[in-house]
Design a protein around this ligand. Structure first.
Ligand SMILES: Cc1cc2nc3c(=O)[nH]c(=O)nc-3n(C[C@H](O)[C@H](O)[C@H](O)COP(=O)(O)O)c2cc1C
Length: 192
C-alpha cells in the first residue's frame, strides 16, 4: 500500500491534488491522509518515545498515522511551501513520526543503545512534493529530502517542486503530467 500524505490544510489544495494524482498514476493500492482532517499536536520533545518502546505521550491521530507509515510500502509526501520551507502541519507530522524509530528500544537508556533508533522505512521508495506561489520551493523540497532520504533513509524516486503562481494545478497540464510520471515511476519501482 502506498501512503499519500496530503500536507496542506486547505480543502482544495494544489499540493494535495498532486499527491493524489501521483498515487492514482502508480497503479497500486493507496491511502491518502489529509492533514486537514486530522489532529496532530506538535512534538513536545519529552523523549517518552525514545525511552518507552516508541510510545508517544500524546494521544491523537498520530498513533494511527505512525502505524500507517510503518506498514506502507512507499510514501508520497506533499506539503505547501510556507515562508520558504514546508508548512508547520506537515513538519509536526514528521517530528511526531520519530516515535516509529524507537519500538525496540527502552524502557531506559543504557550505554550502547542506538540513540537514533531504527528506521522502519529504510530502503522503501518515496516521492516528495511541494507547491509554491513564486519562490522558496527549493528550500522546502530540500527539507523534505533531508527528512525522507537522510532521516527515514527512504529512496526518493521523484521530487516535484512546482511554482503555481496564483493558478490552479488543474489548469497546468505540464505540472499534472509531472505528477503522473512520478507516480508511474513509483509504481515501476515497486514492481522491482
Ligand atoms: C503562510 C503562507 C506562507 C507562504 N509562503 C510562501 C513563500 O514563501 N513563497 C511563495 O512563493 N509562496 C508562499 N505561499 C503561497 C503557497 O506556497 C502556495 O499558494 C501553495 O501552492 C499553496 O499550496 P496548497 O494549494 O497545497 O495549499 C505561502 C502561503 C501561506 C498561506
Amino acid at each position: 500500500m502506498i501512503l499519500g500524505i496530503c500536507g496542506s490544510l486547505r480543502g482544495i489544495s494544489n499540493t494535495n491534488r498532486l499527491v493524489k494524482k501521483a498515487a492514482e498514476a502508480s497503479g497500486w493500492e493507496f491511502e491518502l491522509i489529509y492533514l486537514g482532517d486530522k489532529t496532530i499536536k506538535p512534538c513536545t520533545g519529552c523523549s517518552s518515545c525514545m525511552m518507552n518502546q516508541g510510545i508517544c505521550s500524546i494521544e491523537d491521530d498520530m498513533t494511527e498515522i505512525n502505524e500507517m507509515i510503518i506498514n506502507s510500502d512507499a510514501i508520497i509526501m506533499g506539503g505547501p511551501t510556507y515562508f520558504m520551507d514546508i508548512n508547520g502541519a506537515l513538519k509536526d507530522l514528521i517530528d511526531r513520526s520519530s516515535a516509529t524509530f524507537y519500538r525496540e528500544i527502552g524502557p531506559y537508556y543504557k550505554a550502547g543503545m542506538p540513540w537514533l533508533g531504527q528506521r522502519p522505512m529504510a530502503g522503501k521508495p518515496a516521492i516528495i512534493i511541494t507547491t509554491v506561489a513564486g519562490g522558496g520551493h527549493d528550500r522546502a523540497i530540500e527539507t523534505l529530502r533531508v527528512c525522507v532520504e537522510e532521516i527515514y533513509q527512504m529512496k526518493i524516486v521523484s521530487k516535484l517542486a512546482e511554482a503555481i503562481r496564483l493558478d490552479d494545478v488543474d489548469d497546468l497540464p505540464d505540472v499534472l503530467k509531472r505528477a503522473e510520471e512520478a507516480g508511474k515511476k513509483l509504481g515501476e519501482v515497486l514492481i522491482g
